[in-house]
Design a protein around this ligand. Structure first.
Ligand SMILES: [Zn+2]
Length: 466
């Protein structure tokens, strides 16, 4: 009995100290409002030291996105309940009015309607519709500088009869009105999506190796089972290629929307650790069973859960939330994954090469005259803005992957292939738990394959045109 009591006290103490060091987030959604409220509670901090940072980019978008513009009514609350106004900083952050008292809570509003109207790329925005609120984590959650690595407890409040779905803990059983989530840190919180409302459809795919879900909001009829079938085909193809699945579960989040203007761009998808977000217009609705449906983009986006989400170069992780960070390896993130998707998973050995070479040949001089690394640095903020940059990056990466594959197979009499190079990179990240430097990439791949890849590597680093 005594022993039990001691154990109980220890657990209580451990729980207490954990609660003290975590950050509590609350997302409040009220019916008929265009805005949502976000509240952060934390251990007290002096008002003068607090910076509320709002992300200015998201991993995988390779662009600056001014989420700051949709944040308003920023307030800090002192221990005695005094309210301090938020003051705009000279970057993507808010400071607070001076006070003798410490601050323990911050609240702010995000105008979701304005966000969708102003951001022309539908993939980067949260959405609000009748009976639907689709939240992209990084578009609404900020953090107090210095607390981004603390554990987070998130509470979501919405209409009491609205079901809540999250990619953090996907399930066909959904709580209504309120739900709670625990995540290890800010980057995992913002990597998630939340689909709220009676118009959300959820489907769990049968016979998948990991729990596999489709979560969708659509303004036209869709076939959830068919989307799931295509997802399962893609996941199985990737699992066969890599030999393992690193995700504990996976969700394909789909939106099929009536365009809100002709300037709004639909069709780009986004990758996350354990999910993908696809915002399409209604003309792309997936309806009927199609034996040979084109699943290239699904394979590509699920494939990102291996690369770059679990193996990456400098700049990708840890992510610099206050800017669009410089990423030197976009050609690898995108090009290597296109190569694996088409050439291996879909076993399409021809069409992409015509397409990749065409992208390279038709590029303007300012793109052709850049080295692989310099083009990636440029693409860090402008990948899709001038999509010739994006297309050139993934085309060069895919063609480099092919050249590496040919040399590796030749030198090893088919014993090894490009797959061994990729597994080498994945294993390196698993062992080292950090980003690899640009100069390490070739040697990691050479070591993993036992083939000296320096000549091919060096050739592809050069500009296409001097
Ligand atoms: Zn991609």
């Amino acid at each position: 009995m005594k022993k039990l009591t001691l154990q109980f006290l220890l657990i209580l103490f451990a729980g207490f100290s954990y609660a003290q060091s975590e950050v509590a987030y609350l997302l409040n959604h009220t019916p008929n409002s265009d805005k949502i409220e976000v509240v952060l509670e934390f251990e007290t901090l002096p008002s003068s030291s607090i910076k509320l940072v709002i992300p200015r980019s998201a991993p995988g978008t390779y662009e600056l996105t001014n989420y700051f513009a949709f944040v308003d009514q920023v307030k800090g609350y002192t221990v005695s309940g005094k309210t301090l106004n938020g003051i705009m900083g000279d970057g993507s952050y808010f400071l607070f009015e001076e006070s003798d008292e410490s601050v323990k809570k911050i609240s702010y509003e995000v105008d979701v309607r304005k966000m969708e109207l102003d951001l022309l790329g539908s993939y980067a925005s949260s959405k609000m519709r009748d009976n639907y609120l689709g939240i992209l984590g990084y578009s609404v959650f900020g953090f107090v500088e210095g607390l981004e690595s603390k554990p987070i407890e998130l509470t979501i409040n919405t209409n009491k009869d609205w079901p809540i779905f999250s990619t953090l803990r996907p399930s066909i059983e959904q709580k209504k009105g309120t739900d709670f989530y625990e995540v290890d840190n800010f980057s995992l919180l913002v990597d998630a999506q939340f689909l709220l409302g009676k118009a959300v459809q959820i489907f769990q795919v049968k016979d998948a190796e990991i729990p596999l879900f489709v979560a969708a909001y659509s303004e036209t009829p869709i076939n959830m089972e068919e989307i799931g079938r295509r997802g399962l085909l893609s996941l199985n193809g990737l699992a066969n290629y890599f030999g393992y699945i690193p995700m504990p579960h996976y969700t394909m989040c789909y939106e099929f929307l009536k365009p809100i203007s002709r300037l709004h761009d639909y069709g780009f998808s986004m990758e996350h650790l354990n999910s993908m977000t696809a915002s399409m217009d209604t003309s792309k609705a997936i309806l009927a069973y199609q034996e040979n449906a084109n699943i290239g983009t699904i394979v590509h986006h699920i494939g990102h859960s291996w690369l770059p989400l679990r193996s990456y170069g400098t700049g990708y992780r840890p992510f610099e939330w206050q800017t669009a960070p410089i990423i030197e390896t976009i050609w690898m993130n995108e090009g290597f994954m296109w190569y694996i998707s088409f050439y291996n998973v879909l076993n399409d050995k021809t069409i992409p090469f015509y397409f990749f070479n065409k992208n390279m040949d038709e590029a303007p001089d300012y793109i052709q005259e850049k080295s692989l690394k310099d083009l990636s640095i440029l693409g860090s903020t402008q990948y899709g803005l001038d999509f010739r940059i994006g297309k050139n990056l993934f085309s060069r990466g895919a063609l480099l992957a092919h050249d590496l594959d040919v040399v590796i197979q030749e030198k090893t009499s088919g014993e090894k292939s490009f797959k061994d190079a990729i597994l080498g990179l994945l294993n390196w990240t698993k062992e080292n738990g950090r980003a690899f430097e640009y100069d390490q990439i070739e040697s990691i791949m050479s070591e993993a394959t036992g083939v000296d890849l320096k000549d091919v590597w060096d050739e592809w680093q050069k500009p296409r045109k001097k």
